[in-house]
Structure formats: C-alpha cells, structure tokens
Design a protein around this ligand. Structure first.
Ligand SMILES: Nc1ncnc2c1ncn2[C@@H]1O[C@H](COP(=O)(O)OP(=O)(O)OP(=O)(O)O)[C@@H](O)[C@H]1O
Ligand SMILES: [Mg+2]
Length: 245
C-alpha cells in the first residue's frame, strides 16, 4: 500500500527561487520521483540533499518540519527550506489514517513535545502506560526511538524517517526492520533516508541514489553502502593497510 504516489518539481517556481536548495545538484536536476512501493530509501553522500527532500515531502504532506504527527506544531528553530513550496505531491485515492515524521537530528525535541501533552487524542491513562510507564527521557536514545515506533506507529500510515539507524545497534536495526515489515502488512508506507547497509537490504524497496547529480534508482548491491561495508568486512586488514599506510 502506498499513499504518496509521486512528487514533481514545479520548474517555474524552482527557477524563480533564490534559495540555497538550488545549489544542491541532485535536487536541481531531478524532475519527478515515483514511490510505487511501500518502502523507499534515499541514499547518497553527506550533503547530497536527502534530508532536504525528505523534509520537503513531510512538510508538503502536512507534518511539522521538526517531526511528529500532523497534530504536532512545535518549532525550536525556523530553518526548514522552501523546497516544499516547489513540489507537487500526488496521492493515491486511499487516505492514510496515521503518520509520523521522525528525524534523528531533532529527536530530543520531538520526544519532549510528545510527553508535554497529548497531541494525538489519547487519554491520560493510556499515555501513562504508553511507553511501558517509562518517560522517553528516562530511556536511552535507541530505546526511546524504538519505543516510539513500537507504541506510536499505529499502521495504515505514512512514516517518514531520517536516519533511523543513528540510535540503533545492528541488532536493534534488525528489530526495526521487523517493525517496518509488520507496519507494511498493516497497509503502511515508509520513506527513509539512511546510511545503513542493513536497512537498505529490505526486500522490495525502491532505492534512490542522490550521488550522480540527479536522483536515480539503484539496486541494493550497487549502493556504496553495501559495497564498502562488504569489502571492508571481507578484508578489514587489507583495506586498513591501504588507508593507513
Ligand atoms: N539552511 C541552510 N542554508 C544553506 N545551506 C544549507 C542549509 N541547510 C542545508 N544546507 C546545505 O544543503 C546541502 C544538503 O543538505 P542535507 O541535509 O539535505 O544533506 P543530506 O543528504 O541529508 O546529508 P547527510 O547524509 O549528512 O544527512 C548541504 O550541502 C548543506 O550544507
Ligand atoms: Mg541528512
């Protein structure tokens, strides 16, 4: 199931803009992206524009730029790019019943806001047992991150995640994958920016690379993430020898 079908850059609005986003070559050169899979990944070098595009899609869809559900409205900084205003977003006729935008960068603020008051129409007693009775801030970064996915992602939803692996051990990344699989079975769609060679292996995923001055689909084993990790783990001594000597 998917809800966001495609995005198209509005070339006329783009041309008139003077924003820094015009200097990001992957964003300058793509015209349209389709999301014909319940799970899509954005990969690419640091600074290639993944978070900028992910945030623009999230904002265009109606999420708070720093994270949360559609009911969240907090801002600790006002730095989101104007890219969302330059995108057209095509949705499928099915309406998502849930949604969440979660970014590693501003996770702390999202978690704080989440605990302040109830933003999603839940009763106080439910909220108390929400995260196994433990405040998100009494849990480690990875524990609280997974806790939100386990307890607050309800299915039939659109979930936009920026580097969800940042907080997670390899074993918990596998746990995350099983949650993603469960939520996809419950009619959900994921769009995820990642550097994780583990997450990228998710079966049936579309992988968009931001590395070749535009945005192009590639296969798992074509990603640098797979190739470098694979070569390194097969021959750590050889690679370190080249690197360090
Ligand atoms: N407010 C801003 N003003 C000017 N340039 C910015 C601003 N925010 C981001 N950039 C630039 O836009 C480019 C894309 O940034 P973005 O955060 O989208 O990269 P990314 O692909 O998510 O990288 P990473 O993998 O490191 O998270 C970077 O070169 C960054 O320096
Ligand atoms: Mg990023």
């Amino acid at each position: 199931m998917y809800y966001i079908q495609s995005i198209t850059k509005q070339e006329d609005v783009w041309q008139k803009s003077e924003s820094y986003v015009k200097n990001i070559s992957a964003l300058a050169n793509f015209e349209q992206l389709s999301f014909n899979s319940p799970i899509t990944f954005f990969v690419g070098e640091n600074g290639s524009g993944k978070s900028t595009l992910l945030e623009a899609i999230a904002v265009k869809y109606g999420f708070n730029p720093e994270g949360g559900s559609k009911n969240y409205s907090f801002a600790t900084k006002d730095t989101h790019s104007p890219l969302s205003q330059m995108l057209d977003l095509a949705k499928t006729p099915k309406r998502a019943k849930d949604g969440f935008f979660l970014r590693a960068e501003s996770f702390y603020n999202t978690a704080s806001y989440m605990e302040e008051i109830d933003h999603d129409g839940l009763s106080a007693s439910y909220l108390e047992s929400y995260f196994d009775g433990k405040s998100l801030h009494e849990q480690s970064h990875g524990e609280s991150f997974l806790s939100i996915i386990e307890n607050r992602f309800w299915g039939n939803g659109i979930y936009i995640l920026d580097e969800p692996e940042a907080a997670l051990s390899p074993s918990r990344q596998l746990t995350l994958m099983s949650h993603i699989a469960r939520l996809i079975k419950q009619n959900s769609q994921f769009i995820i920016a990642t550097h994780s060679p583990i997450l990228l292996a998710f079966p049936g995923a579309i992988i968009y690379s931001f590395d070749n001055k535009t945005i192009t689909p590639i296969s798992y084993k074509e990603t640098e993430h797979y190739q470098i990790t694979h070569n390194f783990l097969n021959h750590p001594e050889r690679m370190l020898d080249i690197l360090l000597n």
